[in-house]
Design a protein around this ligand. Structure first.
Ligand code: IMP
Length: 196
C-alpha cells in the first residue's frame, strides 16, 4: 500500500524512510509527485497540526497520507517554542535564526535548568476517513555552543539524556534509534502493518 508523506522537509523524508525500510508500506514523497501543495499548521497541538497536514495531502492526492508535527519544549521557557518551533523567530525563519533566538533566551540559564524535550505526533489518514496516530518523546538538555552538522533544526544544540553527543553529531541511524520521530513512526508502522 502506498502512502504520501506530507512534508517538504528533505531531512524528515530521509529519517522517516529509514524507519520504514523493509516495510510492506511504500512511502512517496511530495518531491516524487512533483507538486508541493500548501500545508498549514495553525492548530495548538502537535497532534492537531499533524492531522491538519495529513488531511490536506490525503484530500489533494486522494491517497492515504502520513504526516508528523514535531517541536522542542524547553522547561525554562514554559514549554516554548513548542508548536511554534519552526517559526520561533519569525514566519520564514531559518534554523540558524531560530537557534540564535533560543540560545539568546537561555544564555543566563544554568546548565541544570536547560532541560528540554522533543515531541512528535505521527499520524496516518486514509481516504475513507480512518485515522491512526502515535507519539514519541526524547528528553535532553540544551547546550549553548553548537556541535555537529548532521540533522536539522535544533539538533546541534540538543544533547539527549544519557548521551554526550548532540543529535547533530549522530548518524541518521543513531538519531532514529533514540529520537522522538523514530519512536513515533516505529509505533505507527507497527499499528499500520498489523491492520493492513
Ligand atoms: P515541523 O514538524 O516540520 O513543524 O517541525 C517544526 C520544527 O521543529 C522544525 O522546523 C525544527 O525547527 C524543529 N524540529 C522538529 N523535529 C526536529 C528534530 O528532529 N531535530 C531538530 N529540530 C526539530
Amino acid at each position: 500500500m502506498r502512502f504520501v508523506l506530507a512534508t517538504n522537509n528533505v531531512e524528515k523524508v530521509a529519517e522517516i524512510r529509514d524507519i520504514f525500510s523493509g516495510s510492506i508500506l511504500e512511502l512517496i514523497s511530495l518531491d516524487e509527485l512533483g507538486t508541493q501543495p500548501k500545508m498549514e499548521e495553525t492548530k495548538e497541538t502537535f497532534l492537531e497540526n499533524a492531522y491538519q497536514k495529513a488531511t490536506a495531502i490525503m484530500e489533494y492526492f486522494n491517497m492515504p497520507a502520513m504526516a508528523d508535527d514535531s517541536g522542542l519544549e524547553v522547561d525554562a521557557l514554559d514549554g516554548s517554542p513548542g508548536v511554534l518551533s519552526k517559526r520561533y523567530s519569525g514566519i520564514n525563519a531559518s534554523d540558524r535564526e531560530n537557534n540564535q533566538k533560543l540560545i539568546g533566551e537561555l544564555s543566563d540559564i544554568s546548565k541544570e535548568n536547560r532541560s528540554a524535550r522533543f515531541k512528535t505526533a505521527a499520524v496516518c489518514v486514509f481516504v475513507d476517513g480512518k485515522r491512526v496516530e502515535a507519539e514519541g518523546v526524547l528528553d535532553g538538555k540544551i547546550i549553548l555552543d553548537e556541535r555537529g552538522d548532521s540533522g536539522f533544526g535544533y539538533d546541534p544544540f540538543f544533547v539527549p539524556n544519557g548521551h554526550d553527543l548532540t543529535l547533530a553529531q549522530m548518524s541518521l541511524v543513531m538519531k532514529n534509534s533514540i529520537s522522538h520521530r523514530g519512536k513515533a513512526f516505529r509505533a505507527l508502522r507497527k499499528v499500520l502493518e498489523r491492520e493492513i
